[in-house]
Design a protein around this ligand. Sequence first.
Ligand code: AN0
Ligand code: CP
Length: 322
Amino acid sequence: MRYFSRVKDLGNLRQAMQEAKEIKNDRFKYVELGKNKTLLMVFFNSSLRTRLSTQKAAMNLGMNVIVLDVNQGAWKLETERGVVMDGDKSEHLLEAIPVMGCYCDIIGVRSFAGLKDRDYDYAETVFNQFVQYSGRPVFAMETATVHPLQAFADLITIEEYKEVKRPKVVLTWAPHPKALPQAVPNSFAEWMNAADVEFVITHPKGYELDSTFVGDAIVEYDQRKALEGADFVYAKNWSCPGVTNPSDYGQVLSKDMSWTIDTEHMSWTNDAHFMHCLPVRRNMIVSDDVIESPRSIVIPEAANREISATVVIKRMLESLNI
Ligand code: AN0
Ligand code: CP
């Protein structure tokens, strides 16, 4: 596997899930595979889980790891082509990327949506430049529109905790004070559509996700109706995807606190497990009671980030030897 940003990059999903199980049983099984190989993790944005779990995954595979926080200590990077660089940016991404490629074997990139220009974000401009100019296998550690390592970990978690063969999984929008990207709900929707679950998305009007990711999922605007009978509640805020009204792209259209997941919301479900990718703002997205309840699986969900990353990096290491 040379690139990883979409569910299809894994090929047979059932096989990838099997591999995840195998690695969870023995996470050092492939420790020889990454000997003398280097992973470079490039962060344009903050991270706790992705940083730690991806580094741990690389260590499980016997790799060396370099972490670059672009905004701390590196030259300020210009990302647009054709700009007269007379401002505060000293280096262009188009030189920086091939240089980064010189010092490593595999690259992971975190580069969030700017939420200003929908076309620029949805073209995955920064990630695709890494693909095009680094000369290395590249994987997404949350890019402008996708967060596949999270969605893969989410699916692993659902498989582990499901109590019925085909669970009902509900992705619900919840309020947040600041504009957030759509990467997490996009990928979650994409992966749930590929999995054997009953999948429902609920959000206020105006928050429709891009159709590429929604696929055939059921969209139910009545949150209570959506949550009824749910086996998993996956809460997440996202800003306006600009599907119905492009000029609203990246805006906060609602802070309706009636969407916050509290014990009353959970009482409408089939004693659902509560999930969130974290970081989460308590009592905006979810009440203290719900996130602390025995049905909350946010910590095992985060733990599975190490597993999804190990599978992905293993596959990339294997592709180096072909
Ligand atoms: C980011 C987001 O919503 O995309 C990262 C989540 C993994 N969250 C924040 O910026 C708070
Ligand atoms: N869930 C997730 O990707 O967390 P971080 O932003 O802390 O990496």
